[in-house]
Design a protein around this ligand. Structure first.
Ligand SMILES: [Zn+2]
Ligand SMILES: [Zn+2]
Length: 260
């Protein structure tokens, strides 16, 4: 079984707890150390229970809690090599770094984790495939497009944590500077509701138990719009996958994935 609980998910902060087989992981530390500790407590865990802290990329909304979090407890950080150079500058000296590479699986406790490249205006950004006890969870956030090979790697996943960042119309009518709009919708920006649906169409299968829509923009999207778009896609695919939006500033209770 894998269970996971996003502690926060938006451009203001991201962190997710993932557990399986007695191993506990944290993906990203983009909220304050206080909020991460509080979230872990709500999950029945503490920082010392974490077998690893994995990072997707260096943007502040994915990393800002690292400095203070690493001061009190030694963390085992897993990240790509160039991202590591940024993170070493933030983390306390006792932090242990392991470098990972897209396409090369790494074992942490009961998990086998395969990082894969995503397309974002960051250094070496990655998504992850988590596997534990025959259960698989895909984790994709902060990518401007779906990359070739993601569908193959993530085919048959039991759960998906997937960015659904913006609604096209809301983005264009947001009043944001054109340069920012172009950045968001570029290949190095974020996934739209439409792109998220398109990816789910590519990997859809009856065993897909849960989708959590993530990193929903607070100015250029609403949880309702993201949910409606994906629910329509799931209806067309005749799947009864459970669908939920990760709240921007609150913890989403555990989502459980079991072996089919
Ligand atoms: Zn982000
Ligand atoms: Zn980012």
């Amino acid at each position: 079984m894998i269970r996971f609980s996003p502690l926060a998910s938006s451009s203001k902060g991201n962190a997710t707890v993932i557990s399986g087989g007695g191993t506990h992981l944290l993906v990203d530390t983009g909220i304050s150390a206080t909020r991460i500790r509080k979230g872990l407590t709500e999950c029945g865990l503490s920082v010392r229970d974490l077998a690893g802290v994995l990072f997707t990329h260096e943007h502040t909304d994915h990393t800002c809690g690292l400095g203070i979090l690493s001061k009190k407890d030694s963390l085992r950080v897993y990240c790509t090599r160039y991202l590591g150079q940024d993170l070493r500058g933030m983390a306390a000296p006792s932090t242990c770094f392991t470098y990972i590479e897209p396409g090369s699986p790494v074992k942490i406790g009961a998990f086998t984790i395969t990082p894969f490249a995503v397309s974002h205006d960051a250094t070496d950004p990655v998504g992850y495939l988590f596997e534990c006890e025959g259960v698989r969870l895909g984790y994709i956030t902060d990518t401007g497009r779906i990359m070739r090979g993601m569908d193959t790697l993530l085919s048959g996943v039991d759960g998906l944590y997937l960015e659904s960042n913006y609604d096209n119309d809301m983005l264009y009518n947001s009043g944001r500077p054109m340069a920012l709009i172009e950045r968001i919708e570029s290949n190095w920006g974020h996934l739209s509701n439409e792109q998220a649906c398109e990816f789910v169409r590519q990997i859809a299968h009856p065993g897909l138990q849960h989708i959590v829509l993530a990193h929903i923009s607070q100015d250029c999207n609403t949880p309702d719009k993201a949910h409606k778009a994906m629910q329509q896609a799931l209806n067309e695919l005749q799947l009864n996958t459970q669908l939920v939006c990760a709240p921007a500033a609150y913890r989403l209770p555990w989502i459980e994935l079991s072996r089919n």
